[in-house]
Design a protein around this ligand. Structure first.
Ligand code: OFO
Length: 173
């Protein structure tokens, strides 16, 4: 059974994962309107992943006798300054999510909730990957600078990355 403190903290995380999903969905839709199909496919996929992070938490909370609550969300931005600013925002956002996961881990230790502590290890590893990927992409975009041709190839690279990410899910169908 979850303590009130852990249950509340997990529900706050549910809200953060849900708003991450909306945020990336808004970025994906904006990129699509700019003709950046690879980038938008990658971001649509990323939005789905965040939804899965939220769902995993909801199910865990319910399994442990709590109530995973579906939150109301603020509208995310509609337009973005540039592709580089989108990925810089993602990196900033993921660093924030990592900090929140770390706070959650700390709460479970204080509450001696080792089951939730164990469950959260998946999120700890996931955050390492998410931050590393965002950092890699931001570095690539710095190299590209204002080169339109570079952006074209970058868009194609992300299309390939989105296809690779989707492959295991499709195999599982
Ligand atoms: Fe759920 O990891 Fe990103 O935000």
């Amino acid at each position: 059974m979850l303590s009130n403190k852990v249950s509340k903290a997990l529900n706050t995380q549910i809200e953060l994962e849900a708003s991450s999903s909306q945020y990336y969905l808004a970025m994906a839709s904006w990129a699509e309107t700019q003709g950046l199909n690879g980038i938008s496919q990658f971001l649509y996929g990323h939005a789905d992943e965040e939804r899965m992070h939220m769902l995993k938490l909801i199910k865990f909370v319910n399994e442990r006798g709590g109530h995973g609550q579906v939150p109301a969300l603020k509208q995310p931005p509609v337009t973005f300054k540039s592709v580089k600013s989108v990925f810089e925002e993602i990196l900033k956002h993921e660093i924030k999510v990592t900090n929140e996961i770390n706070n959650l881990v700390e709460i479970t230790l204080k509450e001696k909730d080792y089951t939730t502590h164990n469950f959260l290890q998946w999120y700890v590893s996931e955050q390492i990957e998410e931050e590393a990927l965002a950092r890699q992409i931001v570095d690539k975009l710095k190299l590209i600078g204002d080169d339109r041709g570079g952006l074209y190839f970058f868009d194609r690279d992300l299309e390939n990355l989105a296809a690779v990410d989707k492959a295991p899910a499709e195999k599982g169908k």
